[in-house]
Design a protein around this ligand. Sequence first.
Ligand code: NAD
Length: 286
Amino acid sequence: MNGFNTLNHMANEAQVATGLEPRGRLAGKNAIITGAAGGIGLETTILFLREGASVLMTDISEPHLAKALSKAKEMAPNATGRVETMKVDVSKEADIEAAVQSLDSWGGLDVIFNNAGIMHSDDADAVDTSEKIWDLTQNINVKGVWFGSKHAVLSLRKHKKTRGSIINTASVVALVGSATPQLAYTASKGAVLAMTRELAIVHAREGFRFNALCPAPLNTPLLQDWLGDDQAKRHRREVHFPTGRFGEAIEQAQAVLFLASDESSFVNGTDFVVDGGMTKAYVTPE
Ligand code: NAD
């Protein structure tokens, strides 16, 4: 048997989407979403519920989670899966572990969207970023993704799953440099991209897929609260958008849905860029 046939022989048919799966793009799947009370996390929760998944919404903020839960129920009234909330600080491994283990009684996790992240207002350039802000950012944005990925793998193995999808939120700043620096944030997103790529390769033969989402600047509180009504700061960014606008959280959620579903069964290790063409642009339309 040559190398090619050996590999084909080893391919696990259970990992290949046939197109004949039950209706509902995530029917029967159990998902954890971190940062589920925020812009991208909530929109993704709603889409996942509409497509038949059960969702554990996790976030560091309990009041925001409660509001997000009622919004999710309102926006996905015909959901067939469960939806529950749990307070999780992604920088604490015990919190993530407890969230993942709580899905044991649901039949184990199939999807985790490691989405929680911060961009601190005191994050600046190499000179002005304090070590405290650097460490805080790495603890949430990088360690949080590592913990989520680690416990997803442990759970998928425990439940003998032959498919699993882990989606980690990076950013376009992991791909292009910005003259408006937030160095700790940029470094953290570069780490998410590299970590996700390596995990994708390590776990490929187990059927566990890892992809990184790279959103462009969005209309969510994370960025918009920081920009406020400073028109000069806004213009500095908008001029680089081929579409002339910030992205919407729902446009990221649609990509996450694809990556979570079996439709993307051969998509692994990608830097999945959802940016309206921003990272491909030289001169943008006037
Ligand atoms: P958001 O601020 O609306 O939501 C982030 C959520 O994460 C919030 O609900 C917050 O409470 C939660 N969170 C913060 N720290 C946490 C912690 N330690 N543990 C658990 N939850 C925590 O932001 P968003 O725009 O929805 O961002 C989601 C992800 O997308 C982030 O990783 C962000 O870096 C990334 N991203 C955002 C943009 C953008 O322009 N908004 C662009 C690129 C990437």
